[in-house]
Design a protein. Structure first.
Length: 118
C-alpha cells in the first residue's frame, strides 16, 4: 500500500484546512487509517484514527475541531481541520495499518506541512 498525502499549507489561526490521503490500493481491508503529526523537537503523535468499521479516535487536543473520514470506494481518508491553532503546526503523516494475526503492518505517506500563524 502506498499513501499520498496532500492538502497542507499556511493558514491563519481560526482557519481551516482539509488533508487528503490517497491509497494506491484498496483500503477496505486496512484495519486503521489515520493521521499523525510531528512538530519540530517533538515525538510523532496520533491525531485521529478511523477503523474499518468506522470507529473513531481523536487526540484530546483536536476533539471538536478535527474530523476524520474515509471513503473506501475512493481508497482515501480525509482530515477536516477547523479552528486551527498555532500549536497545530506540524508535519502531518497519513498512516494505514493492517494485521496478519498478531503482527501489525504499518504504512506511511510522506508528510504534508501544516503551518498555522497567530
Amino acid at each position: 500500500v502506498q499513501l499520498q498525502a496532500s492538502g497542507g499549507g499556511l493558514v491563519q489561526a481560526g482557519g481551516s484546512l482539509r488533508l487528503s490521503c490517497a491509497a494506491s490500493g484498496s483500503i477496505s481491508s486496512l484495519m486503521y487509517m489515520g493521521w499523525y503529526r510531528q512538530a519540530p523537537g517533538k515525538q510523532r503523535e496520533l491525531v485521529a484514527r478511523i477503523t474499518s468499521v468506522g470507529s473513531l479516535n481523536y487526540a484530546d487536543s483536536v476533539k471538536g475541531r478535527f474530523t476524520i473520514s474515509r471513503d473506501n470506494a475512493r481508497n482515501a481518508v480525509y482530515l477536516q481541520m477547523n479552528s486551527l491553532k498555532p500549536e497545530d503546526t506540524a508535519a502531518y503523516y497519513c498512516n494505514a495499518a493492517k494485521f496478519a494475526g498478531a503482527v501489525r503492518y504499518d504504512y506511511w505517506g510522506q508528510g504534508t506541512q501544516v503551518t498555522v500563524s497567530s
